[in-house]
Design a protein around this ligand. Structure first.
Ligand code: FAD
Length: 416
């Protein structure tokens, strides 16, 4: 199989030659949107235009200064993207997850941090939409869609990351309120967001422990909620990742998601399926940008008297990068379509997240290597792709945990 119909070495060289022919001088805007249905194409094209015109020219400046991109966030609002997957009846765009994945891909082709403003916001909206009470949906979803309320997820703690069930933040009932005490770590949108889906323990004696965990909609404003610090990070810069401290913080009982204790763990896990599709799409977007940059540079840079794109060692890399990229894209759309079908998609979303994030990491490394020494400098964006990529291996469940989720799904689905 590795040898027949042209060895894989020859196959790579053929792929590279076709890539170099097809994407000639202009590697940008690589993926054609022509085949998409008109409505989907219009939206994805609008996002592509926004990214090329507004995001790409300023990404390096914001990122290197670790500065929050307020002006880009306002443009996300104008495009309606705070309501991307919120139903039209609640004021959102009502996008399916396949279109949403394409939107995320386009944004991350410009700068991943911009997509971080939306990701946990929309996971929170998903949780409220699917598990909230009617009153919670009315109160929060239109405000989420407008971007007036800006959401996030507060799950992780210093001692509870992969093992979410080990969380120690406690919520005790006092009349028509719950009182929350604890510390959350790594919370995206912690400083600039104002509304969070927070997991806390309502029954310390519950067995298994997840049955004692509940999800609350918490809002900034009341005393006892402190954004205690911003974490300095390798990549994903310009976006707030914070520690949040809760001391005797009072939340109305009406903000318990769905009105029933002990449901929080399951509610959040269902929401994280959409988050994993998002992470996979981010991987495709960054990998796309890295691949385009590598292709462009390989045509421009000469060594030993010819463009490096004409050296077979570089062609083999380009072929592998493009193949991994397209495979990641297909898996991502496959997982998004499964989510769109209304069925559980933990297996598909896990596979897409695992593959696309690892592919993205490899592709961004290869793109940097093709740039040689210049790839290691901030003069080219490939060093940023290389710094952003590893987060995808860690976020929304590390890839080690992802493999366990996939295996569990396989064993259930194909039980004998
Ligand atoms: C930039 C950034 C943004 C984030 N944003 C958010 C956010 O908005 N909200 C939020 O709640 N969290 C957020 N997180 C937290 C993130 O989800 C966690 O970091 C992640 O789940 C891993 O948890 P941990 O860091 O505690 O690692 P740990 O759980 O301590 O894992 C350490 C290592 O052990 C491995 N490991 C753990 N358990 C097992 C096992 N059973 N089998 C095999 N290997 C195992 C892990 O894969 C990893 O390699 C963010 C993190 C970062 C870095």
């Amino acid at each position: 199989m590795l040898i027949g119909e042209g060895t894989n070495e020859i196959q790579r060289l053929l792929i590279a030659r076709r890539l170099l022919q097809r994407y000639g001088e202009r590697a940008g805007a690589f993926r054609s949107l022509e085949e998409l249905p008109a409505e989907q194409r219009r939206l994805v094209q609008a996002v592509r235009t926004f990214v090329e015109k507004d995001v790409i020219p300023v990404a390096a400046r914001y990122e290197q200064a670790d500065e929050y991109p307020h002006e880009l966030v306002e443009k996300l609002k104008e495009l309606g993207l705070f309501g991307a997957t919120i139903p039209e009846a609640c004021g959102g765009l009502g996008l399916d997850y396949t279109t949403y994945a394409m939107v995320v891909e386009e944004i991350c082709r410009g700068w991943m941090s911009v997509s971080g403003v939306l990701n946990t916001h929309l996971i929170m909206a998903y949780i409220v939409l699917h598990f909230g009470t009617e009153e919670q949906r009315r109160r929060f979803l239109p405000a989420f869609a407008r971007g007036d309320k800006r959401g996030g997820l507060a799950l992780t703690e210093a001692g509870a990351g992969s093992d979410v069930q080990a969380l120690r933040t406690a919520a005790r009932r006092e009349g028509d309120h719950y009182v929350i005490n604890g510390t959350k770590m790594f919370i995206t949108n912690g400083r600039h967001g104002n509304t969070f889906a927070l997991l806390a323990r309502t029954d310390p004696a519950a067995e298994p422990p997840y049955r004692g965990i509940s999800c609350f909609i918490i809002e900034k404003g009341a005393p006892g909620f402190t954004v205690s610090r911003d974490l300095d990070k390798l990549g994903y810069r310009g976006l707030d990742t914070c520690e949040l401290i809760f001391e005797e913080f009072r939340v109305p009982a009406a903000n318990l998601v769905g009105g029933r204790e002990g449901q929080g763990f399951k509610q959040v896990m269902a929401g994280l399926e959409t988050g994993r599709v998002n992470i996979a799409a981010r991987g495709v977007g960054i990998a796309q940008a890295a691949f385009e940059a590598a292709l462009r540079y390989a045509r421009e840079r000469t060594a030993f008297g010819r463009p490096i794109a004409e050296h077979q060692a570089i062609q083999l890399k380009l072929a592998d990068m493009a193949t991994q990229l397209e495979a990641a894209r297909l898996l991502t759309y496959w997982a998004a379509a499964k989510k769109d079908s209304g069925e559980r998609a933990d297996l598909e979303a896990g596979m897409a997240k695992l593959f696309a994030s690892e592919a993205c990491y490899q592709i961004s490394l290869e793109a940097m290597r093709i740039h040689g020494g210049y790839g290691y400098t901030t003069e080219f964006p490939v060093e940023r792709y290389y710094r952003d990529a590893p987060l995808l291996i860690i976020g929304e469940g590390t890839n080690e945990i992802q493999r366990l989720v996939i295996a569990r799904g396989l064993l259930q689905r194909y039980a004998v």
